[in-house]
Design a protein around this ligand. Sequence first.
Ligand SMILES: [Zn+2]
Length: 468
Amino acid sequence: MLDRVRPWMMYVPRPLVLAVRYAYSMIPLRYRMNRAYFEMSELLQASQWWEAGELEAYQNAELARLVRHAYEYVPYYRELFDRCNLRPDEIRDAGSIRRLPLLTREVIKGRREDFLSRAHRRRDLESARTSGTSGAPLHFWREPGRSAAIERAFFERMWAWHGYHRGDRSIYITGVLRAGDRFQYEPSTRTLVLQNPVITPAKVADYMDVIRRFRPKAMRGYPTLIYAFARLINRYGPEADCPSLEVIFTNSEKLYGYQRDEIVAAFRCRVVDSYGHAERLALMQQCEAMQGYHVIQEYGLVEFIGRDGEPVSEGEAEVVATGFHSRAFPMIRYRTGDWVRLSAAPGPCPCGRSYPRVDEIVGRAGDYVVAPSGRLLSPTVLEFAMMRSPSCRDLQIVQTDRDALEVLMVPDEGFAMEDVDRFVAFLHSLIGEPITVRPVLLDGIERPAGAKHSLVRSLIAREHLAQM
Ligand SMILES: [Zn+2]
């Protein structure tokens, strides 16, 4: 019910909104959350300790259920199965799913209506989209209450692995870089939201003061936003003396090593990362042992494929995902365009859970730079360049075609044009092919609403990766 009310809240005067929020927070949890949330939370408490065989059996059952549903109610899949001469009961596990073709964004874009489940009424669904940092956004639908509740259950479990529980205070840093700063308190989750924070050297102490007095146990947000804040603390701040803060959770973008180091130096607490995406088909999370990322098997079936489309068990691989909980708009064997690194024999995780692990999230499709020859420069290579970047408050590498890069920079104290020249020369040497690198100096880097804040913004990498 509340999901229907929420969009109307923006038309209600602010003091009233706050009063409603407080009143809402008084309602006991069992009335506030829906059945999907409680069922999933209960399952996840038990299933995290299942043996590999039990997890596999669960996945096979969920896959069979999804495939049956897709065949019955989703026109695209009915047609695909018939065309491939397949019966739904022939797709039973991670092996037999490969009888179906990989699904690309282009296919979905061309036939969006045909992916909608006829078992769902359009007016009960919410429209969602990907961020559009790596090309035109993909639009799809999901069940608003159910999808958010399930997502929450999965994240609450991971938070609990790191000592942060429902009811503990947290800071959530979100939003686009835009003039004006805003704090907003969510009493029901005891979260202080920093919406569109423009944290400048002059304001860093004020922000830190508000946070310290709030006494959060956790902080959450995009790595780039938290990194930018951490960097200001390390350069200009008073010490980020916030003893209550135990853990920082990052998500939605690649967390680079240099970002993690800067964040740890500023806040002196552990940084826990997770991999997910707007489509909600695959989830990978770090457990308390912090040795890579667990592939969360109750969330969806994840396959790892190489550039030739064949399964990969070691080295770099693309994430191909089949989500179990997106029944309104099923996507089976969806190519995410995101890449991970797998080690040959990771061995059991010290945490005792049986989920498979990946070593590293290499990058999102939009994080790659494509050289004129078509060679890809991975985010790890570009990370190397960042060590030599000039003194900037914000920096972003933008690629709109193969022959040119723009480096957007917001100069900071100590910024020197000679450093820019050196940085451009270093980028040239990394790419090793003739390419135009154009530095652009700005007061701030504007990001469209809902877009991620990533270091590299390539509008051509996803398409290029899909063609490889
Ligand atoms: Zn573990």
